[in-house]
Write a new protein. Structure first.
Length: 270
């Protein structure tokens, strides 16, 4: 016996990929295709564009150009950009996804896709991928608007960028898990009302746009333990001081774990 491989042997040059590898590649292609579909669905929907792009941009402009809300830092733009980005994450990860999932359930889309080769995990992976894609576009748009408003990169060092990416990813994961819980358990009409009401509460007094220091102490103590408060305050602290708020990271990580467990346990496909 020699150590030479023949072309037909697994792993030999020119040999076909192992069945497991081929299956993973095929599944990955399906997930990518679903991600593209979900992303396009958001970007082509006027209501979704208003929620995920227009409103965060309006919030950024108002926070920079007015003094309705007291913001930390030497200039208003870094903290305003952090708040607008937090609002974008909540809009895309929670409100948009909760409503989309609820109506997909009503129309039987989830049940249909769950029985295709894509499968349930692939469908959820596609939705998560779409959220990541939309958030990437949102971030670029908000950065460009901030530059037009006079921002010159204050508070955007390498460590701040890495810390911001961590907070955004954890925040998105927490909001998506909660969106799946709400959208996967309640009737679409109830989801529509709950998701929009929570968006207003999160934006107004939930810590996304308004610093916790501006809230009454008992309220601030509670809000700091919730996803919008942790994300908004964590991003503002990072943008104005360059320090990563490990408490905010821990809060978002815990909510991600809890939300994922609850969604896995209670989510209904029809």
């Amino acid at each position: 016996m020699t150590g030479t491989m023949t072309a037909g042997e697994p792993g030999a040059p020119g040999a076909p990929a192992a069945p497991g590898t081929a299956g993973l590649r095929t599944h990955a292609r399906r997930v990518v295709a679903q991600t593209r579909f979900e992303t396009a669905a958001v970007l082509r929907n006027g209501e979704q564009l208003l929620l995920t792009f227009v409103l965060p941009v309006i919030a950024l402009v108002l926070l920079v150009r007015t003094d309705v809300v007291d913001l930390p830092g030497e200039t208003r733009t870094p903290a305003a950009l952090a708040g607008a980005l937090a609002l974008a994450v909540a809009s895309t990860g929670f409100t948009s996804q909760a409503i989309a999932v609820a109506f997909d359930r009503r129309w039987g889309v989830l049940r249909l896709l769950a029985t295709t080769p894509l499968g349930r995990r692939g469908l959820m992976a596609g939705k998560l991928g779409a959220v990541a894609c939309v958030l990437a576009v949102q971030t670029v748009v908000l950065l460009l608007v901030a530059v037009l408003l006079g921002w010159r990169g204050e508070g955007a060092g390498p460590l701040a960028v890495l810390g911001g990416a961590l907070l955004v990813l954890l925040g998105a994961a927490a909001f998506v898990s909660l969106a799946l819980l709400v959208g996967g358990t309640l009737r679409p009409e109830a989801v529509l009302a709950v998701a929009n009401l929570l968006w207003v509460l999160m934006a107004g007094g939930g810590g996304l746009l308004v610093p916790l220091a501006a809230l009454p102490d008992p309220v601030a103590a509670v809000v700091a333990l919730l996803p919008p408060g942790a994300l908004g305050e964590g991003l503002r602290t990072l943008a104005t001081t360059g320090l990563l708020d490990l408490g905010a990271v821990a809060v978002l990580a815990v909510w991600t774990a809890v939300g994922t467990w609850l969604a896995t346990r209670w989510f209904r496909w029809d």
